[in-house]
Design a protein around this ligand. Structure first.
Ligand code: NAI
Length: 413
């Protein structure tokens, strides 16, 4: 990596920093109070510019930070190498590593003996419990960024296997109602458009999963004129999608109708060989869920007679009957793993990482019991208030009378 590349990484981080005013406010206080003084924070997150601003914020609060990626394809090498040049920060992430190298980098972070871990998908916490148990005693707790990671933690908790308190950052309203919905919606739309260079308006887009991410995807694709079909397994979510104005079908039905398929279920084998078999010529399939398990790539590789890569991040397969179907970003989360997938908008990550920074401080401050811990409501509300304030937006305050009315059970008609 050359000096110029490090400078490019630094410039990208600078641009993100300029647009993260909430984190800037928090950084100012952390700099004064240094709650992370003498503490090592270990992180496995997508190593890209917005994450680098979170790392800088924790460093400003006194932390030594060791970081690696949480996905082999989402690391931006120039940003990773820039981070590595900063005093007190060690970055082990590299783009395109294989599975063995990926876990070597996770181990390199754990070798620094962190007292707080910040995960996106649960790999650090899982590794600590399975392979590096000797380090568990020294860890005060952690924070988890995404839905899939929280699912994993809850499964560990159910099995009595979780020995640390871990804050479910994903589940707090200021994360899931903004990052999952608007962030995944906008960044996936933009990644699909730039990777394919195809139009969205007039297309049929099949969105698998109508959770926070799926709802955002449906809204953003529909806003550009797509017809959206939703597939679900949860009757309440399916009904929400129906009332939201979308067609709801099974994947078996939708497979023959979609021009574009986006999975965001956090589940396995949502699009399989049977579905590829029914797809239209020219169909494009991608995933926005955390792990690369939603599209069964083995099936399509086995079925296809040949494949090619006409554009970066796009593999087109020719089926025995002559139809072409394409898969984006090797079935990994397209908004971060496609070559032109830049992840969520900066302003969105300002909110999510503000929650992360404050939750990491909370883990250190409180003596928490092992288990999945909710983000305290004060932190969630504080981040919303800071965002409004830094956006120059004022809201009404309840009068004394209104507060009394809300809090009393005596008022009726
Ligand atoms: P969620 O739990 O709110 O929604 C998932 C939905 O998928 C649920 O309604 C569930 O019923 C449905 N589902 C499960 N199996 C299904 C199947 N076989 N077919 C159809 N629907 C099915 O989760 P959320 O927050 O929407 O996250 C979804 C995934 O996206 C997770 O893996 C999460 O980690 C990931 N994520 C990705 C981001 C990105 O930047 N690409 C950002 C945030 C989350």
């Amino acid at each position: 990596m050359t000096v110029e590349e490090v400078q490019e990484g630094e410039a990208k981080v600078g641009w993100a920093r300029e647009h993260m005013p909430v984190l800037a406010r928090i950084r100012k206080r952390l700099e004064e109070e240094e709650p992370f003084g003498g503490v090592t924070v270990g992180m496995a997150l997508h190593v890209e510019p917005k994450t680098a601003v979170l790392v800088e914020t924790l460093r400003a609060g006194g932390a030594e930070v060791a970081i690696t990626g949480c996905n082999p394809l989402s690391t931006q090498d120039d940003v990773a190498r820039y981070l590595d040049t900063v005093d007190g920060i060690a970055c082990f992430a590299e783009h395109g590593v294989d599975e063995e190298e990926y876990y070597e980098a996770i181990d390199a972070v754990l070798d620094r003996e962190p007292s707080v871990v910040i995960d996106d998908g649960g790999d650090l916490v899982f590794r600590l419990h399975e392979e590096r148990r000797e380090l568990l005693d020294g860890v005060e707790g952690g924070c988890e960024e995404t839905t899939t990671g929280v699912h994993r933690l809850r499964a560990m908790e159910r099995d009595g296997a979780l020995e640390l308190p871990v804050v479910a950052v994903n589940d707090t309203p200021m994360k899931r109602n903004f990052d999952n919905r608007h962030g995944t919606g906008e960044s996936t739309l933009s990644a699909v458009m730039s990777t394919t260079n195809l139009q969205v308006g007039g297309k049929t887009v099949v969105v698998a999963g109508y959770g926070n991410c799926g709802r955002g995807l449906a809204e953003k694709f529909a806003a550009l004129g797509a017809r959206v079909i939703v597939t679900e397994v949860d009757p309440r979510r399916a009904l929400q999608a129906h009332f939201g104005g979308y067609d709801v079908k099974t994947m078996d039905e939708a497979a023959a109708e979609g021009d574009l398929f986006v999975t965001t279920t956090g589940n396995v084998d949502v699009v399989t060989g049977d579905h590829f078999d029914r797809m239209r010529d020219g169909a494009v399939v991608c995933n926005a869920g955390h792990f690369n398990v939603e599209i069964n790539l083995d099936d399509v590789e086995e079925m296809a007679e040949e494949h090619r890569e006409p554009r970066p991040g796009l593999r087109e397969y020719t089926m025995p009957d002559g139809r072409n179907v394409s898969v984006l970003a090797e079935g990994r989360l397209v908004n971060l793993a496609a070559p032109l997938g830049w992840g969520h908008p900066v302003e969105i990550m300002d909110l999510s990482f503000a929650i992360q920074a404050l939750s990491a401080e909370y883990v250190l401050r409180e003596d928490l019991e092992p288990g999945v811990i909710e983000v305290p409501d004060e932190i969630d509300v504080m981040v919303a208030e800071l965002k409004l304030r830094t956006s120059g937006i004022a809201i009404d305050r309840m009068t004394e009378e209104q507060r009394d009315y809300f809090e009393s059970w005596r008022h009726g008609t």
